[in-house]
Design a protein. Structure first.
Length: 125
């Protein structure tokens, strides 16, 4: 009887872990496309992208000139830094938001930009 209870507990824990693995990804990838207002920061070659969806991103690039777009509304595509940890943080925020614990669901992350397209030569607020 003791072995049966232990096996059932192990099966339950394994099933819960498998379900958590399937639902935590939500189709998130390492690459994101974000549209918003690009601002200069006090750090060289570091910028802040205040996205239209309420999120904010520290952005930098080795291949794209972001300085040319400061004060513009842009669409930036790039790779999320520490994407696994970032996605886990987003999932936690989603759960808190879904249960009513947290009112806003804005995120903050770091993005290494590989492409930038100007949407407007100004930022609307």
């Amino acid at each position: 009887m003791r072995k049966l209870v232990l096996c059932l507990a192990l099966l339950g824990a394994t099933s819960a872990w498998m379900i958590a693995q399937d639902s935590s990804d939500k189709g998130k990838s390492d690459t994101r496309t974000v549209t918003g207002c690009l601002q200069k920061t006090s750090h060289n070659n570091r910028f802040l992208l205040l996205a239209n969806d309420g999120s904010s991103w520290n952005v930098h690039s080795d291949t794209v000139s972001l300085a040319d777009h400061v004060g513009h509304t842009v669409t930036a595509t790039g790779t999320v830094s520490n994407s696994t940890a970032h996605n886990m943080k987003e999932d936690t925020k989603d759960m808190a938001h879904d249960t009513g614990v947290k009112k806003d669901n804005s995120e903050h992350g770091t993005l290494k930009v590989t492409d930038v397209q100007m949407v407007s030569d100004s930022c609307s607020k």
